[in-house]
Design a protein around this ligand. Sequence first.
Ligand SMILES: Cc1cc2nc3c(=O)[nH]c(=O)nc-3n(C[C@H](O)[C@H](O)[C@H](O)COP(=O)(O)OP(=O)(O)OC[C@H]3O[C@@H](n4cnc5c(N)ncnc54)[C@H](O)[C@@H]3O)c2cc1C
Length: 219
Amino acid sequence: MICRTDPDAPKHRGLTAFVVPMDTPGVEVRPLRQMSGGSSFNEVFFSGVRVSDYGRLGPAGEGWSVAITTLGFERAAASGGGGTGGGDLFDRLVLTARHVGRDQDPLVRQRLAAIYAGGKVRALTRRRVTAALKAGGVPGAEGSIGKLAWTEAMREMADLAAEWLGPRFAADSGEWGTFAWTEFLNGVPGYRVAGGTDEVQRNIIAERALGLPREPRPS
Ligand SMILES: Cc1cc2nc3c(=O)[nH]c(=O)nc-3n(C[C@H](O)[C@H](O)[C@H](O)COP(=O)(O)OP(=O)(O)OC[C@H]3O[C@@H](n4cnc5c(N)ncnc54)[C@H](O)[C@@H]3O)c2cc1C
């Protein structure tokens, strides 16, 4: 939990991070229902919760750094699995292309090849991040690049599957490789928000990797 511990400090200062045991009195977990049908994360309310200094993570007033570092690690881990643009997912997409008879279409092959190539680039970027972490560093803008590239690849895979399957992905007819895509297709918009939205990743890449002017700060 990131708490404002000094109300007089400017907005990024005066915050302190605490680890709060989930069985502390006053912690209430309310699952959120997603449009994909799942319920994989929650709203968490902290009503009158008391925490001791024992649970403090990092120095008092440095909670913003703790939050940014934690989010950096989350992004670095959210750049997709495998070296082929999503591993199993990409393999399943190729099998689906064969199943629906689209695997010999040159335009489809071109789009599949682009997803595959993007997956290889992401895998190399991930290795760069892992090497930096092993050397004791913290994830930088590479995490945002990986996460953004992964959500773009997922969007492209979802678009292809939806184009090929049309209404077949929405109803469970028992046909192989059709309804199985539903949860993924409904989940992709959420992946583009979770762990920091595409727009926010673009801002981070623009400001911290490309050195472009910072966006206006209203405060
Ligand atoms: C599937 C899913 C799982 C999640 N899991 C977790 C979890 O486990 N734990 C957790 O703590 N949170 C989780 N989240 C929450 C997630 O981290 C936030 O929803 C996300 O960071 C976006 O923040 P927000 O919802 O406050 O949107 P906002 O920040 O209010 O953004 C709203 C819109 O404005 C745009 N926007 C905001 N700021 C800027 C800007 N500066 N420049 C340009 N555009 C901007 C955004 O891109 C977005 O389109 C999850 C969300 C989803 C969808």
